[in-house]
Design a protein around this ligand. Structure first.
Ligand SMILES: [Zn+2]
Length: 294
């Protein structure tokens, strides 16, 4: 998954360390990030040293976010460099395919943090301008003391199985740009346990009853400010008739193990759930397909 970046280590220690030339800098504007295009149609996150004319100025005003190993990541919202000399403003889907995957993880996590800071410039309670907390990753209101932490919305994703079959669906183009076969997923609502959400979402989206809800793994999914909580669940009873929710999904059905397409990008928990069901374990999937985790 996108956060499985070993042997690299993600370091969230809060602080405002001084930027160095070799540290990464993300210039963010209108939910897009200035990245450098490489020859192989891939993109890379630039470093301060890539902007010799303005790096000292950038280093002085950049906001520190996190580190991976000894590489620190900062962002800026103003810069002289634009889309020239191989630089391009990229939207977040670029991180669905960027390699190496730890850089994609850094990029999308940085985007989430920036999006949160931009949306909490003012206190939601009294309207005053918020400030960075000195002791933790939070914005504080100097007037009323309100504290705002980064927005992380939990959501469940569930592999519904019945013997050799699994439920997969496709989203309507208008509700989600993802075109492949997806598992049932949805946000946790107030007053719900994760298991309640699984039962409700499955009933709402495909009209099925499930039992034996078993936790698999979780995953930060910064594309939608989400923490995905992954589950397996079994059909409860004999009625496997799928009743589709019209407004979100365009199709859904039961598929056998052989009918599940092999994944070519294992960055999401949905991909893992499908491959674990198809092959029995992640290791067996790697063995059978020759897929190399990044
Ligand atoms: Zn306030």
């Amino acid at each position: 998954m996108i956060q499985d970046i070993g042997p690299h280590k993600f370091d969230l220690t809060y602080g405002q360390p001084e930027a160095q030339d070799h540290d990464h800098v993300l210039y963010m504007k209108n939910n897009q990030t200035l990245l450098r295009k490489k020859a192989d149609s891939n993109y890379e996150i630039p470093r301060f040293a890539d902007f010799p004319n303005e790096k000292e100025e950038l280093k002085a005003k950049a906001y520190y976010m996190f580190a991976i190993d000894d590489m620190k990541y900062y962002y800026v919202t103003e810069m002289e460099q634009g889309e020239e000399n191989g630089f391009e403003f990229c939207k977040t889907p670029v991180y669905r395919t960027m390699t190496p995957m730890y850089q994609a993880f850094a990029g999308i996590t940085a985007t989430q943090l920036h999006r949160w800071k931009e949306s909490r410039k003012y206190c939601g309670r009294c309207g005053s301008r918020t400030e960075d907390s000195k002791k933790e990753r939070a914005l504080v209101c100097p007037q009323c003391g309100q504290i705002e932490y980064p927005k992380i919305s939990p959501a469940v994703i569930v592999a519904i199985t019945n013997g050799d079959k699994i439920v997969m669906s496709r989203y309507r183009v208008s509700s989600n740009p993802y075109r492949g076969y997806a598992l049932i997923a949805g946000f946790v609502e107030i007053g719900e346990t994760f298991e309640d959400t699984v039962r409700r979402e499955v009933m709402e989206e495909v009209g099925l009853k499930v039992k034996n809800i078993r936790y698999y793994k979780s995953q930060p999914w910064a594309f939608s400010d989400t923490e995905m909580i992954g589950f397996f669940a079994e059909l409860d009873g004999d009625d496997d008739t799928i009743v589709l929710q019209d407004d979100e999904l365009s199709e859904a059905g039961w598929f056998t193990r052989e009918e599940i397409p092999d994944e070519t990008m294992m960055n999401s928990i949905g991909a893992e759930l499908k491959m674990v069901f198809k092959y029995g374990s992640l290791e067996k999937f790697y063995e059978a397909t020759g897929y190399q985790p990044e």
